[in-house]
Design a protein around this ligand. Structure first.
Ligand code: OAD
Length: 247
């Protein structure tokens, strides 16, 4: 896999770099992706697990699934892709992460500006009074309930729900105002998040896609790099360091 000179030049002279990262960036940390051969949605139904009506109908099942995902996430670690993005903060003025991932791995890797479009699995809230609960949820006494009697749910965005307005607005401003926009590990089919790719393109950002295969949005990229994010990003960082050192 060859990273072009133009890509290294564009990154090296950038002031603001945005990383739009999705499930694929966490695949090398052992967290399963959603689509494709081994994707979660091949085996399980999103309408039964990632949907508010399904939660009201069968909160036990939804909580069991989220606790299973929490365990996988707790047992995982940021990989070299997350860590490289955090390291880039030492070289560039603004490094911004926009993610649909709920796994907290960018924060654990040390990234400072993160806009989470689909919430965060570490947080929970009451569907009735909106009190937040950040502690571990104990399922041994059944579905967790708030003091007000309302059901507690994970603070993640399910199908049919709005994205958190403050996070989406901040992500849109970042996509409008960046010099380089990375698209990492996404199939690019879930909206409105995927529309940020078009926003960045319309605003003349240089688009770099990193994915193990080409996707529906590859044609938009100025450079499409096929391979694992955890291998390509560290290699790119070395090239950027030599370039910055040589100017
Ligand atoms: P997908 O599962 O749709 O796509 C994951 C992408 O990552 C695919 O294009 C893979 O080819 C790529 N990939 C896998 N391993 C990789 C690696 N090591 N390096 C680089 N790329 C790799 O996941 P998302 O696009 O994140 O929403 O899905 C978006 C949303 O759909 C999720 O937030 C979730 C899901 O349904 C909800 O649950 C509401």
């Amino acid at each position: 896999m060859e990273i072009s000179k133009e890509t290294i030049d564009r990154i090296s002279t950038a002031k603001t770099i945005v990383f739009f990262t999705e499930a694929g960036i966490s695949a090398e940390s052992g967290i399963p992706v959603f689509r494709g051969k081994d994707g979660i949605w091949n085996k399980l139904k999103p309408e039964e697990l990632a949907n508010f009506n399904a939660f009201l109908k069968n909160p036990e099942m939804v909580w069991e699934w989220y606790n299973h995902r929490k365990k996988i996430i707790h047992d995982s670690k940021p990989n070299s892709a997350h860590l490289t993005i955090a390291k880039l903060q030492n070289f560039f003025q603004n490094v911004i992460v926009i993610t649909q991932n709920i796994d907290n791995l960018h924060r654990r890797a040390g990234s400072k500006i993160i806009y989470e479009l689909h919430g965060n699995i570490e947080r929970n809230y009451c569907v009735k009074c909106h009190t937040f609960y950040n502690q571990e949820i104990d399922l041994s006494h059944g579905v967790p309930k708030c003091e007000c009697g309302g059901l507690i749910r994970p603070d993640v965005v399910w199908f049919g729900e709005y994205l958190p307005e403050d996070q989406l607005n901040a992500a849109e401003r970042a996509a409008e105002n960046c010099d380089v926009f990375f698209i990492i590990g996404t199939s690019g089919v879930v909206y409105p998040a995927a529309s940020l790719i078009y926003t960045a393109k319309e605003n003349k950002a240089y688009l770099i896609e990193i994915n193990i295969e080409s996707t529906e949005i590859s044609y938009l990229a100025d450079e499409s790099l096929i391979g694992k994010a955890g291998e390509i990003l560290p290699e790119m960082l070395e090239k950027i360091k030599s370039k910055i050192g040589s100017t």
